[in-house]
Write a protein that binds this ligand. Structure first.
Ligand code: ATP
Length: 325
């Protein structure tokens, strides 16, 4: 069943033209001149009940603007959105009851108030049923390892603890849908693992539908089987992750550190792309070679000390998508 339906969605921002010179500030006020930025440009996609969809793209691609329209914060310029049959901007209150939103770079919690008090305030503001609130708290606090910070104010938390606290806050009313905008940005590896496990678990246990924006390919590989890619406001790809990687992320890199410096050399099915001290980097197509084959072939010639496999990042996949289109 389709839960989120986005049709021909567009968002334009009018940006006033900044004049220079004498009395510029006053002239700016009255000039009425502006340029139009198409942050989101005629995109359509849908998300099924219970899906986790990765929503990816470069900086400034239009991801946050789309999430803000889906959550009713921004009004679309044109096109339509329905979230479980509700139009988010026109029916903000009804929409708020069924969604949870987390912006990794901002907190919805009170900075100087102990976490548990922030949660109580949210319960009052959103009139969350006490039994639902308590059940969710009892479940999510241990799952997210928040016991040690529950009486601390947000300003005393690490970034990872803060994001986990925000995710818990977004789920207190048992929403059907969770929008996560860059939830792992700047978060340490341990907290990231907690977040991945937690997101998978609420999706499989409660069937929560999740739309996740991220710059981290690791998040996508851990959590999403489907991805929607946008670039400069345009939809570039909507499909399964595996096919996208096979088509647009097929070139991987292998870094080899030798026991001592070796001369540049050629190797079948791989290309030497960089050489620095004892280290060399080779790029190879995943259909033509595996790291193991390459390591064997190289180790026969020069003794190897260490290796690292470098997977293509989101930026390079989007670049390949863009070039192929
Ligand atoms: N309120 C606004 N006024 C004017 N332009 C805006 C506004 N909000 C966003 N934009 C512009 O719209 C474009 C899309 O921005 P958006 O924040 O949606 O991108 P994003 O994909 O989330 O990027 P990032 O990964 O950097 O967060 C950008 O060029 C941005 O500068």
């Amino acid at each position: 069943m389709v839960l989120i339906e986005v049709k021909r969605l567009t968002k334009e921002f009018k940006i006033p033209v900044q004049k220079k010179g004498q009395f510029a500030a006053i002239r700016n006020l009255f000039s009425g001149e502006y340029t139009v930025k198409h942050a989101v440009d005629d995109i359509s996609f849908s998300v099924g009940d219970g899906e986790i969809v990765g929503f990816i793209g470069k900086n400034g691609a239009g991801k946050s603007t789309t999430i803000k329209m889906l959550s009713g914060i921004l009004q679309p310029t044109s096109g339509s959105i329905t979230v479980d049959g509700i139009r988010p901007f026109e029916q903000r209150m009804e929409n708020a009851k069924q969604i949870g939103v987390v912006f990794g770079q901002k907190t919805q919690l009170w900075w100087d108030v102990p976490l548990i008090e922030s949660y109580r305030l949210l319960r009052e503001i959103y009139k969350i049923d006490t039994a639902v609130y308590q059940k969710n708290l009892d479940r999510y606090i241990p799952m997210l390892g928040l016991e040690e910070v529950i009486n601390k104010p947000v300003r005393q938390m690490s970034l990872g603890q803060r994001v986990k606290s925000d995710i818990c806050a977004a789920l207190l009313h048992s929403p059907k849908i969770l929008f996560l905008d860059e939830p792992t940005i700047g978060v340490d590896v341990v907290s990231k693992k907690y977040l991945h496990d937690f997101i998978s678990e609420i999706n499989s246990e409660k069937g929560t539908t999740i739309l996740l924006t991220t710059h981290d390919m690791g998040d996508i590989e851990k959590l999403c089987s489907r991805v929607v890619v946008i670039d400069s406001g345009h939809l570039m790809y909507d499909g399964d992750l595996e096919s996208m990687i096979a088509r647009f992320g097929a070139v991987r890199s292998l870094m080899i550190e030798f026991e001592k410096p070796v001369p540049d050399f050629e190797i079948e099915n791989a290309e030497l792309t960089r050489s620095e001290g004892n280290r060399k980097w080779f790029s190879f197509h995943r259909s033509k070679a595996t790291p193991l084959h390459l390591v064997h072939a190289i180790d026969d010639r020069f003794p190897i000390q260490d290796i690292a496999i470098i997977e293509p990042d989101i930026e390079s996949i989007v670049r390949n998508l863009y070039e192929s289109s």
